[in-house]
Design a protein around this ligand. Structure first.
Ligand code: C5P
Length: 426
């Protein structure tokens, strides 16, 4: 997914064992469509060779301010100026304790710190991924430096927690390459949901028949999880209420696991009181066994089959949509409809029945468990088609569509606007 297409990243490495992760990060950035220019300190060269970084980035690596090679096509022997001028960001990963202390003081005795100091601060953001031993990270000097670097405009990312190369355990590990990639994609995402509290429900529910059996459905939760991620990328504070699925929680998203429709309802009713957007992507069981047997129902050899009685589950979305905050639009509710036929008519009818301003239709068998989907958005104004694509791509488009409805006057994202010209229904 070319999430960083067109972006030029200067990847700076300072000295630390986490330099091995920078190799993978470089690969991931390139896979995501970015171009990468590596700049290393002398200390970084003790941990990983410029040859490795050159091979992965496909560009010559710079390590010295006295390097007289042409830098970014300019021959004035000033790599500290030329290398940053076309950059969309300088990302220092790993950023050692020593390197951050140096940056803080505006010292510039090697190419990387010189380049950071000489960058146009309003055009080229500086993103630091700290990496160090837990005592170094916890030291008041480092914590002071982090505060000041942030105040000076740098984005200092979190650190990971866990085993460290030195054998100790604690805070200070550099984030993993995929986490860093996520942070960069988020960094570049327009914050169209800044200030919003987004509540997302996802996955199936599970309704027990007895202690070892139950009824559920084929929802994988992928669409809801992708929406939670996209909303967080767009600057929202996100809580995900998930039915039983084994998906990893998107970075930065709060997650509450629930099992049954009644659990889900209780949780969503409480959380929706503080949310500004509720996206109901969960596939809630319509019915549950009237009573779950306390012990496993046994086959007794007589050929007799158990008879199950069902009761209807509450419609969680319709209930939230009737709440006073939803009625006065302090809470914007978005429903989903998984249909097997006649998507447009079913989605329109469901929007009215659920009492929500926006309903997202999709074809159930085409989406359950799949990585791709196609969406049909139905609101008071009409319909918008989001053509088949990866669920994360669709989730980002949907987030743009929701943001536009929260703040009328914001233009439609290009892809959705084009799709809006296409005939509705699918
Ligand atoms: O009625 P149907 O199940 O097709 O409606 C789908 C929408 O309603 C989804 O947004 C789903 O999360 C929500 N729903 C609900 N409670 C139910 C059934 C569905 O909130 N019991």
């Amino acid at each position: 997914m070319n999430e960083l297409a067109g972006k030029h990243i200067v990847l700076g490495l300072s000295g630390g064992i986490a330099c091995y992760k920078a190799a993978e990060l470089c690969r991931s950035l390139i896979k995501a469509g970015a171009t990468v220019q590596v700049v290393m300190t002398e200390a970084a060269g003790q941990f990983i060779t410029p040859v490795t970084m050159q091979a992965l980035s496909g560009r010559q690596v710079f390590a010295s301010q006295w390097d007289d090679r042409s830098a970014a096509g300019v021959d004035n022997n000033m790599p500290h100026i030329n290398l940053s001028r076309e950059a969309d960001a300088i990302v220092v990963a790993p950023a050692s304790a020593d390197f951050m202390a140096k940056l803080l003081h505006g010292r510039a005795d090697d190419l990387l710190s010189l380049m950071c100091l000489a960058r146009p601060v309003d055009k080229v953001p500086l993103i630091l991924a700290p990496a160090m031993n837990r005592e170094m990270w916890a030291h008041p000097a480092t914590q002071r430096n982090v505060v000041q670097l942030r105040a000076d405009g740098a984005t200092v990312l979190d650190v990971g927690i866990g085993e460290q190369a030195c054998g100790e355990t604690g805070d200070g590990r550099m984030l993993e390459p995929e986490e860093l990639l996520y942070e960069l994609v988020r960094f570049f995402t327009p914050k169209v949901l800044a200030g919003q509290h987004v509540l997302v429900s996802a996955g199936p529910t599970f309704e027990a028949i007895d202690p070892v059996r139950g009824i559920t459905n084929l929802s994988s939760g992928k669409m809801g999880f992708a929406i939670a991620r996209a909303a967080h990328e767009a600057g929202a504070n996100v809580t995900l209420v998930a039915g039983p699925v084994s998906l990893p929680t998107p970075r930065g998203v709060g997650r509450i696991n629930v099992k049954t429709a009644l659990n889900m309802q209780k949780t969503l009713n409480v959380l929706s009181q503080n949310a500004t957007v509720f996206i109901s992507a969960a596939a809630v069981s319509d019915w549950r066994p009237a009573e779950a047997a306390l012990q496993k129902i046994k086959k007794d050899g007589s050929g007799q089959v158990p008879v199950l009685h069902f009761v209807e589950n509450p419609d969680i979305l319709a209930g939230v949509a009737r709440s006073p905050r939803a009625s006065n639009r302090t809470l914007f509710c978005v429903g989903f409809a998984a249909e097997s036929e006649d998507l447009l008519a079913n989605a329109q009818a469901k929007r009215v029945r659920k009492g929500v301003p926006l309903l997202v239709g999709n074809i159930g068998p085409d989406t359950f468990g799949q990585d791709e989907n196609a969406l049909l958005l139905v609101d008071e104004q009409g319909t918008t088609e989001l053509p088949r694509a990866d669920k994360l791509v669709l989730a980002r488009q949907l987030v743009g569509e929701i943001a536009r409805r929260l703040r009328p006057g914001v233009p439609a994202p290009a892809a959705a606007a084009e799709a809006a010209q296409a005939p509705a229904g699918s």
